[in-house]
Write a protein that binds this ligand. Structure first.
Ligand SMILES: NC(=O)c1ccc[n+]([C@@H]2O[C@H](COP(=O)([O-])OP(=O)(O)OC[C@H]3O[C@@H](n4cnc5c(N)ncnc54)[C@H](O)[C@@H]3O)[C@@H](O)[C@H]2O)c1
Ligand SMILES: [Zn+2]
Ligand SMILES: [Zn+2]
Length: 340
């Protein structure tokens, strides 16, 4: 690879609370990989969790770990057998690389691959660096009308596309979205683009204001939802708060469907099972996404989701620790990005 440096800085989690910019080798793409020069990385709640606590559930950071999994960039080199994007092509990087051989992989549910390698999930290093080698079919071309930061946010938009697919969200449906973090806001915007009518319930006033500013009309404080108002066909739970899930289930009409996007961290929570039984409610798990990138890119390119307006602040690689703490310090911020 001519013209490329041999080493590069990477924002690396050394131990909880300590990020250092460490020199790492620039990878050589394998035969089926492309090398991407990273232009923008979105900071996700999971990055912040690893930074603060060094673990998420059973995923524990035992070795220094490069964070960041919401990434976009430009292809700069291709492996010998890499098909797909050519050098110069701008891409959104799908960050989970499945084995392609197991039963979930072969049946199209590769998000459930037990051997998936997901960026910034221990022990796989993430994208807060300059160059990243990825399987060529996980580097998805984006049109030049999408900015670098919008291309990076195709990752959380994919979570929302998958949540709406898992929810079978359809035309004219009333959809309750609980939690107006980046994920809830994107779920509501995708549900609207799918022809549904989203209502967003959020406890934090700044987050409610932010959601309204992004064009969502029906945004309420959760206690304003009348318990008898069981008009909702679908619930997309995006807060991780058990109280929001219980409330949302109670607001579903007969035959309603609840999509579990938010992660509470708790193994067990109590739910109104007799209600679920007598109303034939469906509880649908939801984990990452499969085959969503082209749809998410299409939605963003068509202007259905104002990704650029979601970004509040941008940081350099040297300020990665500030970027990781930004939304904790100022909860009114919705999304921050790092531009390596
Ligand atoms: N299933 C998946 O694949 C997947 C992918 C990405 C994120 N997640 C999870 O989705 C959730 C949302 O992600 P995010 O980045 O938007 O998080 P976030 O923390 O920024 O947003 C959560 C929001 O929920 C609000 N909230 C808390 N309690 C509430 C209640 N009782 N009712 C209504 N709102 C309430 C909070 O004020 C906050 O604004 C997180 O739990 C995250 O771990 C899941
Ligand atoms: Zn994320
Ligand atoms: Zn697999």
């Amino acid at each position: 690879m001519t013209g490329l440096p041999s080493s590069q800085p990477a924002a690396t989690l050394i131990r909880p609370g300590l990020i250092e910019v460490v020199d790492r080798a620039v990878p050589t793409p394998a035969d089926d990989e492309v090398l991407v020069a990273v232009s923008c990385v979105g900071v996700c709640g999971s990055d912040t969790h690893y930074y603060r606590e060094g673990r998420i559930g059973s995923f524990v950071v035992r070795e220094p770990l490069v964070l960041g999994h919401e990434a976009a960039g430009t292809v700069v080199a291709c492996g010998k057998q890499a098909t797909g994007p050519a050098p110069g092509q701008r891409v959104a990087i799908e960050p989970g690389f499945p084995c392609r051989r197991c039963h979930p992989c072969r049946t199209g549910r590769y998000n459930l691959c037990p051997d998936i390698r997901f960026l910034a999930t221990p022990p796989v290093d993430g994208a807060l660096t300059r160059y990243l080698a990825v399987p060529s079919d996980f580097a998805h071309p984006v049109p030049d009308t999408l900015s670098d930061q919008a291309a990076a946010l195709i990752e959380p938009l994919s979570v929302a596309v998958w949540a709406c697919r898992q929810g079978k969200v359809g035309l004219g449906e009333e959809v309750l979205v609980t939690g107006a973090g980046p994920i809830g806001v994107l779920c509501a915007l995708v549900a609207r683009a799918a022809g549904a009518r989203p209502t967003v319930a959020e406890v934090h006033p700044d987050r409610r204001a932010r959601a309204r500013g992004l064009g969502l009309e029906d945004v309420v404080e959760p206690s304003r939802l009348a318990p008898a108002d069981r008009r909702f066909h679908k619930l997309i739970e995006c807060s991780g708060a058990p109280a929001a899930l219980r409330q949302g289930l109670g607001l579903l009409g007969p035959g309603g469907r609840a999509v579990l996007v938010g992660m509470s961290g708790a193994e067990d929570i109590s739910l109104p099972l007799s209600l679920a039984q007598t109303q034939e409610l469906t509880l649908q798990g939801c984990f990452r996404y499969a085959n969503t990138y082209p749809s998410a890119i299409g939605l963003a390119a068509a202007g259905h989701v104002p990704l650029d307006s979601m970004v509040d602040k941008s940081f350099g690689l040297e300020q990665a620790d500030e970027a990781l703490m930004a939304t904790t310090r100022d909860p009114s911020l919705l999304k921050v990005v790092v531009q390596p």
